[in-house]
Design a protein around this ligand. Structure first.
Ligand code: ADP
Length: 403
C-alpha cells in the first residue's frame, strides 16, 4: 500500500498538486499558475507549513512540476493519482497505460479544454517519475451507473451510437465521497436514497441509490444543470438560434458567454462569488438579491427533479464552498422544498462551524447533513486501491511462476 500519494490536477495553464502523507496524516499543497507566461509562479505551503511563492517565468508544466516537487524534499511519492475530467465510458479509476492514455485522448472532443491538459500532466510526471505507478481518476466514472433513461438525450439515436452524445455528469469524485461519508454518518453506509448538492464555482446535484449514482444535473459537458459562478446552467437550446439571428453572434461567442459570463456573474452584473453577492444583497443590491434567489430556486428544482431517480429520499447532503459555508443558502433552498417534508433546524444550521460535518435537520423528515468534500482524499484512496490490486496481481503471477 503506498504511504504517500501525489495528486495532480492539471489545467491548461495551471497545476494543483498535493502530497498526501498517510503515516503523518498531513498534506502539502501547491498551485502553479500562469504557466507558459512571464508571470508563471508557484504558491503553496511546505511540510513545515511555511508559505511558498516562487517565480518561474515562462515555465511549462514539466518545469513547474520539477520545481514544485523539489520542495517536497525527502517526501518522494509512492504513487501518483491524476484527476481526469472526462473518462468517456470508463467506469472506474485505472492504472495509466498506453491504452488508457489513448482512451483519455479519445474523450478529448467531450472535454476539449481539460483532457489535453491532463495528458500534458501525465507526460510530465511519467518523465519525472518513470518508475512510479500512476493512476487516472475520472470525474465522470461515478455516474456511469446511471440508467439509459437518465443519460440519453432525446435527439436522433445515431448521435449517441456514432458520436457518444449522452449525459456523462461530473464532480463524481465529490459526489461519491460525500454520499459514502454522509450515509456512514447517518448509520446506513451506502444504503438508501440520498441527494447531494455540490455547490462551488461549478455546481451540480446527484441522486444516489445504495451508493450508486442514478442521475446527476451535469450532462455532456459541465455546463448543463444548475446556475453556477459564471456558467448559465440550463437554457432553452434555441437561445443559440435567437442570438445568431438577432445579434449576429457565432457559436464560439455564445459558448463563451454561457460558460464565462453567465450564472451568478451574469445575473448580478457584479460577481461570480457568492460571499460578495450575499454582502451586496444585504446592502440592498437588487441584482445580487435576484441572482441568489435564482440560484436557490434552480437548485431546489434540480433536487426535486432528481428525486424521481430514487425509490425514496432518506436525506440530502450539502457540500462545496457554498454548501459547506452558507447557512443562508441552505435555508433559502430548503424553503423551496416544503412538500418533501424537510424540516431544517435553523439553530443547528446556523451554528454549524466552517469545515465541519454535521446534521442540521430537526429530527423529522428526510435527514439533512453538511459534509465537507474531500476530492483529494478520495483520489488518493482510489489510487491506493488500484496500486494494491496491481501488487496483488503481480504477486499472484509470481507465485504461479514459482509453483
Ligand atoms: P471551486 O468550485 O472552485 O472548488 P469552492 O468549492 O471553493 O469552489 O466554492 C467557492 C464558492 O464558495 C464561492 O462562490 C464562495 O463565495 C463560496 N463561499 C465560500 N465561503 C462562503 C460563505 N461563508 N458564504 C457564502 N459563500 C461562500
Amino acid at each position: 500500500m503506498p504511504n504517500s500519494v501525489l495528486i495532480i490536477n492539471c489545467g491548461s495553464s495551471s497545476i494543483k498538486f498535493a502530497l498526501l502523507l498517510k503515516d503523518q496524516n498531513f498534506r502539502i499543497h501547491g498551485l502553479a499558475e500562469n504557466l507558459g507566461t512571464p508571470e508563471a509562479r508557484i504558491k503553496g505551503v511546505t511540510l513545515g507549513n511555511e508559505p511558498v511563492d516562487i517565480k518561474i517565468p515562462n515555465a511549462d508544466h514539466k518545469e513547474a512540476l520539477e520545481v514544485g516537487l523539489s520542495r517536497l524534499a525527502n517526501h518522494k511519492p509512492d504513487a501518483i493519482g491524476h484527476r481526469i475530467v472526462h473518462g468517456g465510458t470508463l467506469t472506474q479509476a485505472e492504472l495509466i497505460t498506453d491504452d488508457i492514455i489513448d482512451k483519455i485522448r479519445q474523450a478529448t472532443p467531450l472535454a476539449p479544454l481539460h483532457n489535453p491538459a491532463h495528458l500534458v500532466g501525465i507526460e510530465a510526471t511519467k518523465r519525472l517519475f518513470p518508475d512510479l505507478p500512476q493512476v487516472a481518476v475520472f470525474d465522470t466514472a461515478f455516474h456511469q451507473t446511471m440508467p439509459a433513461h437518465a443519460y440519453r438525450y432525446a435527439v436522433p439515436k445515431f448521435l449517441y451510437t456514432e458520436h457518444n452524445v449522452r449525459r456523462y455528469g461530473f464532480h463524481g469524485t465529490s459526489h461519491a465521497y460525500v454520499s459514502d461519508r454522509g450515509s456512514e454518518l447517518a448509520g446506513s453506509f451506502k444504503q438508501g436514497g440520498w441527494l447531494t448538492a455540490h455547490l462551488g464555482n461549478g455546481s451540480s446535484t446527484c441522486a444516489i441509490w445504495n451508493g450508486q449514482s442514478v442521475d446527476t444535473s451535469m450532462g455532456l459537458t459541465p455546463l448543463e444543470g444548475l446556475v453556477m459562478g459564471t456558467r448559465s446552467g440550463d437554457v432553452d437550446p434555441s437561445l443559440h438560434r435567437f442570438l445568431e439571428a438577432n445579434l449576429g453572434w457565432d457559436i464560439y461567442k455564445i459558448d463563451k458567454m454561457l460558460n464565462s459570463q453567465s450564472g451568478l456573474l451574469g445575473l448580478s452584473n457584479l460577481s461570480n462569488d457568492m460571499r460578495t453577492l450575499i454582502e451586496a444583497s444585504e446592502q440592498g443590491n437588487e441584482d445580487a438579491t435576484l441572482a441568489i434567489e435564482v440560484f436557490c430556486y434552480r437548485l431546489a428544482k434540480s433536487l426535486a427533479s432528481l428525486s424521481c431517480g430514487l425509490p425514496r429520499v432518506d436525506g440530502l447532503f450539502f457540500t462545496g464552498g457554498i454548501g459547506e459555508n452558507s447557512a443562508y443558502i441552505r435555508e433559502k433552498t430548503l424553503g423551496y422544498l416544503p412538500h418533501f417534508g424537510f424540516n431544517l433546524s435553523v439553530e443547528a444550521n446556523n451554528n454549524l462551524k466552517r469545515g465541519t460535518e454535521g446534521r442540521i435537520d430537526a429530527g423529522t423528515g428526510p435527514q439533512i447533513w453538511v459534509v465537507p468534500t474531500d476530492e483529494e482524499g478520495r483520489i488518493a484512496k482510489e489510487t491506493e486501491h488500484v496500486v494494491a490490486e496491481l501488487t496483488t496481481t503481480k504477486k499472484t503471477e509470481q507465485d504461479a511462476v514459482v509453483a
